[in-house]
Write a protein that binds this ligand. Structure first.
Ligand code: GLU
Length: 468
């Protein structure tokens, strides 16, 4: 294991659809590990499958990574672009006697499999060309197969799974180069990881078996084997493999739902990794703390409550300006109308009283309704109820008294309390028509906060509108 080299990790997604939340978590683990070790984090697009790979899927990966703040070093590498290098290595394996040309046709192999199934024999294909004399080679298309060891075991020392042993007699001589000269996935991954200097391969445990086959390629080429860390997949809340019926599985959906990126990073970091009892932490802390030892062996379960809870804490802890910036990015991602300049201005003044108890950006927007809406305020059904004749009378009496007040909470408080007292009601009773007048909603930030954010002129105008 290359422990003396600086850490280099990678995420190697196949661009064949949307970006799965599991891929995002794998990317995050690799990113944290690299960043925490002063190493590099690389992005490789595994686009060798030309039929299934699309530019849209690559764009979705880039977008998802960017949203989550997972910056990679250098340019994204296209696996397809390395195809000549893959072929070169396959031929080097031939030259080293670690691979051989196999002339068996698809039909022959198919016939073998069928017969084996019918006779209930092992369907593991053993090519007759493995030890054939090159003098007997026909002038025909061939694939290059790895000359895999047929006895003994291949042992994976995995940082998460421990020592995992595979019986070599159960593995076939896998194809490394197809007859059209294109590499198989199993070869391409190893060549690229080697050429990119990857020291740690952190990926889903659905690739554990591949690690055994890939180890054979490293050994055949005499290359350093990276540190393996195969992480358990993400399950739904019911303990079943995560699928659409559990809710969102695509990274983009989470952005569109309005989760803040910092909360998402925190949640995904905790999903299958632990640092004592810490639940809420910053990205900086995660970079410092993240290690392979903290990755659990049991599948992690997606828990939306916990996600929301952490997101709420991150919103509350965010800097106002940064939050506003992210909120605008959310509006764009969700295809909503962008803020106008006056709305942005009010939002930035309102942010301090919006961010408590908001779990997602839509919660912030809902609370910000009073600041976003222009006059005249249209009270919703519930709040309209508190604007009866009596309370309109009180508002009418209040407005002139607000004309000469210094616009601070300290100066406003005695005025409002006094008006309430004159009518023999507590401030609570007065707050309802004020909310209706200022926001047209029953759930709003505090009356004082709204008055301060709206300012004197706008507040008085809204009260006059409601009193009329
Ligand atoms: N392209 C593979 C995938 O998307 C990942 C390969 C790897 O991480 O080694 O599942």
């Amino acid at each position: 294991m290359p422990t003396d080299r600086p850490v280099i990790t990678r995420i190697a997604p196949s661009p064949t659809g949307y970006m799965h939340i599991g891929t995002a978590r794998t990317a995050l683990f690799n990113w944290l590990f690299a960043r925490g070790h002063g190493g590099k984090f690389l992005l490789r697009i595994e686009d060798t499958d030309r039929e299934r790979s699309t530019p849209e899927a690559t764009a979705a990966i880039i977008k998802g990574m960017t949203w989550l703040g997972l910056d990679w070093d250098g340019e994204a590498v296209s696996q397809f672009d390395q195809k000549d290098r893959h072929a070169e290595v396959a031929h080097e394996m031939l030259a080293r006697g670690a691979a051989y040309k196999c002339f068996a046709s698809q039909e022959e192999i198919e016939a073998f499999r069928q017969a084996a199934t019918e006779e209930k024999r092992s369907t593991l294909y053993r090519s007759p060309w493995r030890d054939a004399d090159p003098a007997t080679y026909p002038d025909a298309p061939y694939v290059i197969r790895m000359k895999a060891p047929q006895t003994g075991e291949t042992v994976i020392e995995d940082a998460v799974q421990g020592t995992v042993t595979f019986r070599n007699d159960l593995l076939d001589d896998m194809i490394v180069l197809r007859s059209d000269g294109t590499p198989t996935y199993m070869l391409a991954v190893v060549v690229d990881d080697h050429d990119m200097g990857i020291t740690h391969v952190i990926r889903g445990d659905d690739h554990l078996q591949n690690a055994a086959r890939q180890t054979m390629v490293y050994q055949a080429m005499g290359w350093d084997i990276p540190v393996w860390a195969h992480i358990p997949l993400i399950f739904g809340p019911d303990g079943k493999k995560l699928s659409k019926r559990h809710g969102a599985t695509g990274v983009e959906e989470y952005q569109v739902m309005g989760y803040p990126a910092a909360g998402m990073r925190n949640y995904l970091t905790r999903l299958g990794w632990a640092h004592g009892d810490d639940e809420f932490f910053t990205t900086q802390q995660a970079k410092e703390w993240f290690n392979l030892e903290g990755i659990g062996r049991a599948p992690a379960r997606l828990d939306f409550k916990k996600l929301e809870n952490l997101c709420g804490q991150h919103i509350a802890a965010s800097d106002d300006a940064a939050l506003l910036h992210e909120l605008e990015a959310y509006l764009a991602a969700a295809g909503a109308t962008p803020l106008t300049a006056p709305q942005r201005d009010r939002m930035s003044r309102a942010m301090y009283c919006l961010k408590d108890r908001a779990k997602k950006f839509p919660d912030l927007i809902e609370k910000a309704e009073f600041a976003l809406n222009a006059r005249p305020v249209e009270p919703d059904e519930a709040s309209a109820k508190s604007l009866d004749a009596v309370s309109r009378g009180i508002l009418k009496e209040l407005t002139p008294r607000l004309q000469n007040v210094t616009w601070t909470k300290e100066m406003l408080e005695p005025v409002l309390t006094e008006v309430a007292a004159t009518h023999g009601i507590g401030f609570g009773k007065l707050a309802a028509p004020l909310r209706a007048a200022l926001a047209g909603r029953t759930a709003t930030p505090s009356v004082y906060d709204m008055m301060l954010v709206l300012g004197q002129t706008e507040t008085i105008a809204r009260l006059e509108d409601a009193a009329a």
